[in-house]
Design a protein around this ligand. Structure first.
Ligand code: CAA
Length: 388
């Protein structure tokens, strides 16, 4: 008997400050349409000195725990490219901040922007074997490129938390996947670097190559035809990349590309920027929460890409009554309640070090959420819950 597995709750969080890409364009003296149309982005989410992947993740996961409780969760899988420690999983801090019980496993996964998809697949396999158990999958990243670099306009930050269960109430994750991995240097971040090295144009080309190869493998494995999908969600380093992906996939499938089948997924990402592992999952949330039509019973085509590079094309069936399990008003409020920063404020935030150099530092109190990184003491990150 095949047990249906997938996602029963999804919640995201992004910092309360952003720089508008118009401000960035003005500073660099370039046409704002280069960013709004050429890149397809409007805002870059900017974490403060006391925010990092742990605080973003805890904020994202809290509403899920409030609503579903911790019963049955026996695993936390934390996906990130912006790891804060070479050894300890960031998810262990989150487990403590959320007050989750001690009897669970907790592990961090890495493969650039892709690893949340590996986490989701592992979580589904786990709950298929143990249907009374649940897995908390969290994707959390801060995408940061060098100032004045070509990637600068594609920065961003967010976390998406997902509760993976048997008999899911939001999305049933399909059992067919198309996989593709190749050893390339399109985007990478050696241990000594805070920002990635990137061959931008090559990365965009290889993204499209991985999409085609993953799609072909998905078809070879018995996947749904192109016209079986109501919406497509792509990894979105910037939304124009998603548009290019959608056109390329339609060409490969010898179909006519309907951009309306990809645009709802881009709404949140345009406001937040790239958030690496969280990006495609933010696109899923954006699709479910912004689509004009009822998606119940319909299929989403999902493409996850992580430089280096791994791609996966897979599918999800939207479950009847899914609207009752979304946090849409909360998500809209998070986006609406944000504040724009000036170019100089952006540079100051960009330079926020978060203890990366190991010096003892009390962090300025900037985060608006419940959780913050209070200080680095003796090389230990001290996270606090303001309400405790
Ligand atoms: N009005 C409208 N459009 C304009 C414009 C204007 N005034 N000026 C330029 N444009 C258009 C250009 O014509 C171009 O469009 P096309 O792509 O259709 O040709 C687009 O704006 C981008 O401009 P450039 O070609 O000059 O490219 P750029 O220097 O801005 O750099 C980039 C683009 C290389 C992707 C850069 O943003 C980058 O390095 N990003 C980081 C890497 C990345 O995101 N790669 C994506 C694939 S890898 C991945 O997905 C993993 C990941 O998350 C990093």
């Amino acid at each position: 008997m095949v047990i249906s597995t997938g996602i029963s709750a999804m919640s995201f969080f992004t910092p309360h400050r952003y720089i508008s890409l118009d401000t960035l364009a003005q500073h660099h003296g370039i046409d704002p349409a280069k960013f709004s149309r050429g890149i397809g982005q409007e805002k870059i989410a900017m974490p403060g000195h006391d925010e990092d992947v742990v605080t973003l993740a805890a904020e994202a996961a809290k509403p899920i725990i409030d609503q579903h409780g911790a019963d049955g969760i026996d695993t936390i899988l934390f996906a990130t490219e912006t790891g804060i420690d070479q050894s300890k999983s960031a998810g262990i801090y989150v487990q403590r901040l959320l007050g989750l019980p001690s009897n669970l496993r907790n592990v961090e996964l890495k493969q650039a922007c892709y690893s949340a998809t590996a986490a989701l697949q592992m979580a589904c396999a786990h709950v298929a074997r143990k249907p009374d158990r649940k897995v908390l999958v969290i994707a959390s990243d801060i995408a940061r490129y060098d100032l004045d670099s070509s990637g600068e306009a594609t920065q961003g930050a967010s976390a998406v938390a997902m509760l993976v269960t048997a008999d899911p109430t939001l999305l049933e994750i399909g059992t067919v996947s198309g996989l593709f991995t190749e050893d390339i240097m399109d985007f990478w971040r050696p241990n000594h670097r805070r920002t990635p090295l990137v061959d931008g144009k090559y990365s965009a080309l290889r993204y499209l190559g991985a999409l085609v190869e993953s799609w072909r493998d998905y078809q070879a494995n018995g996947g749904l035809p192109y016209d079986g999908f109501a919406q497509f969600c792509y990894h979105l380093p910037f939304s124009r990349m998603g548009e290019k992906a959608h056109l390329r996939l339609a060409k490969e499938a010898k179909a006519e590309a309907d951009m309306q089948a990809a645009l709802p997924g881009m709404i949140y990402n345009r406001q937040v920027g790239n958030s690496y592992t969280a990006s495609m999952y933010l696109a899923i949330l954006s699709t479910l929460e912004n689509s004009d039509s009822d998606l119940a019973g319909k299929f989403l085509g999902l493409f996850s890409y992580g430089s280096g590079a791994t791609g996966e094309f897979f599918d999800a069936k939207v479950v009847e009554g899914y609207q009752d399990h979304l946090f849409a008003p909360r998500h809209r409020k998070i986006l609406e309640d944000r504040t724009a920063v000036s170019y100089d404020e952006y540079v100051a935030l960009w330079q926020a070090r978060n203890g990366e150099d190991g010096t003892d530092t009390p962090m300025p109190d900037e985060a608006k959420g419940r959780y913050r990184l209070a200080s680095i003491d003796d090389n230990k990150r001290i996270y606090v819950d303001r309400t405790a």
